[in-house]
Design a binder for this molecule. Structure first.
Ligand SMILES: [Zn+2]
Length: 261
């Protein structure tokens, strides 16, 4: 593979070294035909996390001075960096432009909207809200109903577990993630299964207070974008991710072909 298809990037959040320092430098390479063939198999196409694992494993060469070992990074790499890497690998492999078929819910106009990867907003960890607990990065929240809470920033292990749940029930996945993240509440350790039982009886307003707070802190890649409908000028949401994003197909209708008739 030529060097053109290898690039050094800086991770959004980086991985935490044992000495407490953060390693952000990372070298990635472009996806190959072999990888596309692998992730095109039915058992991959039905399982998003399996695709992410395969892509990261094949395309990350190193983090800092260390060669990439997927199992070692399950705990160290944050979910935000996993999403960020998928975006950077896609950009390196297939270009900066993502084109998506959209249909306007108001006037039914269909059109191809384009999104530029380098214009996508990315958010890192807020520097004033990070502490190290059990070798992981955590943040504090302190709201009316969620007093003196310490929550872990979600890592790749969390991502793998909630992705399986999300296939059937995205709300359950979100609540499971909160349970996994929540380390201390009112300065006391939180039991994951007790928390899940508690949330079933919790008024929505209290759950949403937590959701709002977390959403304002969590690092990540903006996955929802807006496009203007050419028919009625309404704003339509486009969701980045999934197969369309990763498997851009070569354009159909090769213009060099000779058209007869
Ligand atoms: Zn429209």
């Amino acid at each position: 593979m030529t060097e053109e298809y290898t690039v050094d990037i800086e991770l959004l959040c980086g991985v935490l070294n044992e000495d407490g320092s953060i390693e952000k430098s990372c070298t990635i390479k472009a996806m190959t035909g072999g990888l596309r063939k692998k992730i095109s198999q039915p058992e991959y196409r039905k399982n998003g996390i399996k695709v992410i694992d395969a892509v990261l494993d094949a395309c990350i060469i190193s983090i800092g001075k260390n060669p990439f070992v997927a199992s070692r990074e399950k705990k160290r790499m944050l979910m935000a960096d996993s999403d960020f890497l998928m975006m950077k690998i896609r950009q390196l492999s297939l270009g900066n432009e993502v084109s998506m078929q959209l249909q306007c819910p108001s006037c039914d106009t269909k059109w191809n909207a384009e999104l530029h990867i380098d214009e996508i907003e990315c958010f890192s960890i807020p520097e004033d809200n990070v502490e190290i607990i059990d070798g992981r990065r955590a943040f504090k929240i302190d709201t009316e109903h969620w007093k003196k809470c310490v929550m872990f920033y979600p890592n790749r292990e969390d991502q793998a577990i909630i992705a399986k749940i999300a296939m059937n029930n995205p709300t359950q996945a979100a609540y499971s993630l909160y349970g996994r993240m929540l380390h201390l509440r009112d300065n006391k350790e939180v039991d994951d299964s007790e928390f899940m039982k508690e949330i079933d009886k919790m008024p929505l307003m209290i759950i949403d207070e937590l959701t709002n707070e977390i959403n304002g802190i969590l690092p990540g890649v903006e996955s929802t974008h807006e496009a203007e409908c050419p028919g009625c000028s309404n704003t339509v949401e486009m969701e980045m991710g999934g197969a369309d994003f990763l498997f851009k197909r070569p354009e159909t209708g090769n213009k060099k072909r000779l058209k007869i008739g």
